[in-house]
Design a protein around this ligand. Structure first.
Ligand code: CTP
Ligand SMILES: C[C@](O)(CO)[C@H](O)COP(=O)(O)O
Length: 247
């Protein structure tokens, strides 16, 4: 089969500690709209073009996640639950090493439960066209660069600024090569906050940006949980009124 038509793998990250959420239960396992937050995320991947999913969690949670998330909620596309690492990029790398036979890969924060199958499918399509793609939205606020003392030093042109989300989608060979190079040298890992940055810094490929949705927020701090619950509820009600399935 040609690479263009080959399988799409997804790495869903749920290996973080959620320190900014300041809760006893890790945010990805907190109940939101009737089920653990991570289940909303996995639901979208089950309905999407992704052929298989590698779920990355903390080492200590692997058995419970297999039993209480994958089996109980019947996620058929989840092919493996693997242990992540200390930083997000360690977890992505664990996912990349576990994924085989997929020339295309989607990388997604489990903590973005409002992702839809449409966004996932568009990201995968974009990767097939451009090899590297990140979902985001144009920023709505004015952004300032500040110095260490808290004084504004610059106001970048807002028309050029995007807030970046996930999924981010890539040719497997490209992202794997970029990660292999970065993981071989700790100095190259400093300041890495997304996967597009790894491609930008380690290859000469450009990352194509496409619009996701302002709803596709990352649940990071307690107020995000309130917003995510309200948005998931509203979506459920909208879909029920339209007689549609969730997207
Ligand atoms: N070592 C890590 C760190 C993060 N993540 C995952 O990457 C996503 C984005 O990270 P973030 O929201 O910042 O999660 P946490 O690292 O859990 O949060 P915090 O930074 O507040 O501790 C989340 O789905 C998180 O579970 C991961 O798999 N492994
Ligand atoms: C990848 C990401 O979601 C893009 O916005 C984000 O950078 C991850 O954030 P983290 O807090 O550094 O894990």
């Amino acid at each position: 089969m040609s690479k263009e038509k080959g399988k799409v793998g997804a790495i869903v990250l749920a290996g973080g500690h959620g320190s900014r959420m300041k809760s006893k239960i890790q945010k990805q396992y907190m109940f939101v709209e009737g089920k653990p937050l991570i289940c909303h995320t996995l639901d979208a991947f089950e309905r999407s073009v992704a052929d298989e999913v590698i779920l990355v969690t903390g080492m200590a949670e692997i058995a419970a996640v297999r039993r209480e998330i994958v089996e109980v909620y019947g996620f058929e596309k989840v092919k493996a639950v693997v242990a992540g690492g200390a930083e997000r990029y360690h977890s992505v790398y664990a996912g990349l090493r576990a994924l085989t036979g997929c020339p295309w890969v989607l990388i997604h924060d489990g903590a973005r439960p409002l992702v839809t199958k449409e966004i996932i499918n568009r990201a995968a399509e974009c990767a097939r066209l451009y090899d590297a793609c990140a979902v985001g939205m144009p920023v709505k606020d004015t952004i300032k660069i500040a110095d260490a003392s808290g004084y504004a030093t610059e106001t970048p042109d807002r028309r050029l600024l995007w807030q970046i989300q996930t999924p981010q989608a890539f040719s497997y060979d490209l992202i794997r090569r970029a990660y292999d190079e970065m993981m071989a040298d700790e100095r190259l890992q400093r300041g890495i906050t997304d996967d597009a940055m790894v491609v930008e810094s380690r290859t000469d490929r450009r990352v194509r940006l496409i619009e996701g949705s302002y709803e596709n927020l990352k649940v990071t701090t307690p107020e995000d949980l309130v917003l995510a619950s309200a948005l998931l509820k509203a979506r459920k009600e909208r879909n029920a009124a339209d007689g549609r399935e969730l997207s």
